[in-house]
Design a protein around this ligand. Sequence first.
Ligand SMILES: [Zn+2]
Length: 362
Amino acid sequence: MITLSESGVIEKIEQCSNLDSIASLEFYSGILAPAMVNAHAHLELSHLGGVVPPQCGFSKFAQCISKSRNLFSEDECHNAMDFYDSKMWDDGICAVGDISNGSGSFETKRASKINYHTFLELFGLKSCDKTRLNKLSVVASELGLSNSLTAHSTYSLNCKDFDDIVQSNVEGILSIHFMESEGERVLYDGFGELHSWYVECGMHIDFDKYDSPVDRVISTIPSSRRVLLIHNTVLLESEINSLKGHFGDNLTFVLCPRSNLNITGEKPNFRLFSESGCRIALGTDSMASNSSLSLIEEMKEIEGVPLATQLKWATECGAEALGVGDQYGRIEIGRRCGLVLLESVDLIEMKLTSLTSCRRII
Ligand SMILES: [Zn+2]
C-alpha cells in the first residue's frame, strides 16, 4: 500500500494483509509503476501530425519539416501544444526533455503539470545565431523553465558553431540527434542522401575532417558533459563501446523507435543497447514523425528486452538523464514521482500486448 501526502509525496510504502476489509476499495489488474519520462520530444511541432508522408527517408523528412512548419497560424500551433501536453500528462508522463527552436512552447510548458527540461537547439550550416539562443535561455529561465543550449546534430553544424555550443555552458545537458540514418555516417565519406542534398543546396561542410560522427563527438565534446544521444538507429556495437568509454555515466542513449519506423522503416538493435551497460531512455520525438506522444506505445515496439528493463528505461533512466532522478522515476518515500497503471498486460509472460494502455493514477 502506498500512502501519499496531499501534495503527492510518497509518505509510506507497506504490505497490507487485510485489503478485503477496507471499505470502498477499488481493485485494478495490472502493473503499478512510477510515472514515465519522455526523454525526447518537440512540443513545438505538435501541429505537424500527418504533414510528412511516412517512410519518405531521412533527408526528405528534414526538408518537408522545414517547408511546412511555418504554414500554420499561431492559434493552431498553441492549441496543438496544449492538447499534447495534457495528453502526455493523462498518459502517465511526468517529465519531458523537449527540444525548442523558439519560444512558442514556453507558455504551455510553464503552465503544465509536467516537468520540462527545454533544450534550446542550434542548427544551420549557413548561419547560426547563438546570441538568439542565449536570449531564449534568459526568457525560459525567467519563466522558471529549466533549460540548456544544445547542438542539433553532427550533420547540421559546422565546426566553429558545434564546438562553441558543446564546449561552453559546461553544466548544461546536451541533447544531440545522432546516427538516425546511414546518411549521417557516409556524409563524412562524401556520399549518400545527405551529401547529395547539401551539394544540391550549395551547402559547405567542414566537419568531414573527422572520421565519423562518433569520432567528431568524442574529439570535441568534453567527457565531463552530460549528453543525451537521440535515435542511434544505425549505431554499431563498437561505436556504443567507444562512446561509453569516453563519457561513462554522463551518457544516455535515447531510443525513439516509432519515429525511426515512421521516417526510415528501421529500428535500433534493442538487445545491443540493453546489454551495453549504458543508460538507455525512451522518447517519442514529435508529432511530425509519430502518431502520438505515448511512451507505452514506444515500448510496444521494443523486442528482446525484458519488460522490467523497458520500464526502467521509461522511468528511472529518463529521469536521471534529465537531471530529475531525485524526484521522479522510482517509487520511493519522499518522492513526488506520480503513479501509473499499466492495464491489459500479459502478466504470465510479463509482456505488453497490443491492448496494453497506461493511465495516470496520481
Ligand atoms: Zn528529434
